[in-house]
Write a protein that binds this ligand. Structure first.
Ligand SMILES: NC(=O)c1ccc[n+]([C@@H]2O[C@H](COP(=O)([O-])OP(=O)(O)OC[C@H]3O[C@@H](n4cnc5c(N)ncnc54)[C@H](OP(=O)(O)O)[C@@H]3O)[C@@H](O)[C@H]2O)c1
Length: 355
């Protein structure tokens, strides 16, 4: 019989709160008034050293309403108008992926440090161009893969690296939900970079990359709808040695939304959702199984903003945890998958030639 021991994660117990200041205060502006900004904003505002002083929207009334609701001083009816404001040092971009490149490039060219939602861009060529601009301007740029900074993910990596479970050999991770078709919704809109791949695969992939690094081979199959958007995509990653990852993303089916890492001397699993688990299940072959439990701080986006803030305070241009290489390689994997599946976006044709 498996016995479960509730154990506090040692690392999390001693870690400082992500809300605590790590240096001077930064002035932030946020781009868009969409769904995710509304969820994330309180976490950014909760940092002791973050002043969220502005919001921008394509529509001035929406910006003003959002600013009033979230106690933000300045509201702009265009993204560029906010980028032109010298007091703003960093921006958080949360538009659909199809628009990330243009907006993040405009922000960088205006001298702003950038945290941009996932997927960073819609192809690797765009990601490389953003990285080149950030490097040239000596500005911080990070894809907002918040999962990488959560204590549960960090602890999972610590356990796997400790060798307690042997060598990781197989990752299974899925992320699926039933999205009602709406051609206006970014998930189904090719110009927004719609589809399960770019919206969801970043997260299961984070478990495969975190555990085993970047793969040597990628195979995918998918079901596309009439607009050429992938509704459900299965991805198999190959590695040297006896190592694989099987990832599944879907806009068509509800799934367990869990990750499991099978190792030569046991396995580790998460509860749902795998992008922000609150439990890790650790099953060593030669010992009792245990569960480690994690308390979120806010919605748990606090950790990615702590990382970005600390990096900017320290004058870093990239996060050592969520690196530029990671984002570019991820987009290159997606390019390869899209090539296999025949997924094309109207607004990436001009920019894919060197991807
Ligand atoms: N980290 C996470 O947990 C998480 C969760 C969900 C989504 N995301 C990511 O966050 C980004 C936004 O997702 P979302 O669900 O918040 O999207 P959303 O609700 O559709 O909002 C996107 C916002 O972007 C602005 N926008 C600019 N150009 C646009 C265009 N051509 N079409 C539509 N909207 C446009 C709009 O704001 P204005 O009109 O005010 O300018 C819109 O409200 C995506 O990249 C997604 O992958 C992250």
């Amino acid at each position: 019989m498996v016995s479960y021991i509730q154990a506090p994660p040692a690392a999390a117990a001693s870690a400082p709160s992500p809300i605590k200041a790590t240096g001077r205060s930064l002035n932030w502006g946020v781009v868009s008034t969409g769904r995710i900004v509304s969820k994330v904003i309180a976490d950014l505002q909760s940092l002791e050293d973050a002043n969220v002083i502005a919001v921008s929207s394509r529509n001035e009334e929406r910006a003003r309403a959002f600013a009033d609701e979230h106690d933000i001083e300045w509201a702009y009816g265009s993204y560029q108008a906010m980028f032109d404001e010298p007091e703003i040092e960093a921006v958080y971009i949360a538009t659909p992926h199809g628009q990330h490149f243009e907006i993040a490039m405009a922000a960088l060219k205006s001298g702003k440090n950038v945290v941009c939602e996932k997927s960073l861009t819609i192809n690797a060529a765009e990601a490389r161009a953003l990285v080149a601009e950030a490097a040239a301007q000596d500005l911080f740029l990070m894809e907002a893969v918040w999962s990488r900074f959560t204590p549960a993910f960090a602890r999972a990596m610590e356990i796997l690296e400790s060798g307690e479970l042997g060598e990781p050999s197989w990752v299974q991770a899925d992320l699926g939900f039933k999205a009602q078709y709406d051609p206006q919704w970014r998930l189904f809109d090719p110009t927004a970079g719609g589809g399960a791949l770019l919206d969801l695969a970043v997260y299961p992939l984070t478990w495969a990359i975190g555990t085993m690094g970047f793969p040597t081979s990628v195979q995918a199959s998918a079901d596309l709808n009439e607009d050429g958007v992938d509704l459900q995509t299965a991805i198999t990653l190959g590695y040297s040695g006896v190592r694989h990852a099987q990832l599944m993303v879907s806009l068509n089916s509800s799934s367990t939304r869990e990750a499991r890492v099978s190792c030569t001397a046991g396995w580790l699993g998460t509860n749902a959702p795998l992008h922000n688990p609150t439990k890790l299940f650790i099953h060593p072959v030669n010992g009792p199984a245990r569960t480690e439990v994690f308390e979120p701080v806010g919605e748990n986006y606090t950790y990615e903003f702590r990382e970005a803030t600390r990096c900017i305070q320290e004058g870093l241009t990239e996060s050592p945890t969520m690196t530029w290489e990671h984002s570019i390689n991820t987009m290159a994997i997606f390019d390869g998958i899209r090539h296999q599946l025949g997924i094309r976006y109207p607004n990436d044709l001009a920019r894919t030639s060197n991807s």
